[in-house]
Design a protein around this ligand. Sequence first.
Ligand code: ADP
Ligand code: MG
Length: 238
Amino acid sequence: MAEVNISEARKAYGTLSVLHGVDIEIRDGEFVVLVGPSGCGKSTLLRMVAGLESITGGTISIGGKVVNNLPPKDRDIAMVFQSYALYPHKTVAENMVFALRLQKQPADVIKQRLQAAAETLDLVPYLDRYPRQLSGGQRQRVAMGRAIVRSPQVFLFDEPLSNLDAKLRVQMRKEIKELHQRLRTTTIYVTHDQVEAMTMADKIVVMQGGKIEQVGTPLELYDRPSNTFVATFIGSPS
Ligand code: ADP
Ligand code: MG
């Protein structure tokens, strides 16, 4: 596990500035939710932490080490995408260990990590199936399995539940939280859904237009929103 520090983070695509100096401190083991309307810069910020997007200004550090210039594979993070990002022609097991094979991990390590992750996620009976043979919830668990097998210091989630129906979304929120309680991996979770943020976060970061509006626990934001935007955004039903 590791703390993540984002300091004065800026991003511009050409002349378009999309992040205007963002500061976030994330403690070891914390579950932080970045929430804000579409287009406010959440994915860009997450991709900068992952190393998938260059950093125009400021500093990002993971576990006390500045990572600005490190490629994704050297950052000890794992990103969970929406479940449709599974490889359709690979089995569940092959999907889950793909990254470990790329890392050239020994076969016994791969086998043992696959087994542990499959047990954690209740996927043992499904390891030889293909994604199309799974339910939406199972597919989302496989997407998480791909991250877990790598035992990263930090999990990054980008709207992982947005393709699921409402009932499944509620169930998967619970499963992701239970997983976090078990593994205690530092997590940054991006969503535009304020209910998801309020029910899952230790700490919420509310963004708008490339800036942070407020940081606080769900209760703090609910009780003491610092401005009308936060009050309206947090208070409105999804
Ligand atoms: P969010 O995830 O909060 O919906 P994004 O981080 O995807 O927002 O996008 C923030 C802003 O940056 C948007 O205005 C978007 O159009 C712009 N943007 C994102 N990616 C690129 C890119 N590769 N090139 C140019 N503009 C981009
Ligand atoms: Mg996004």
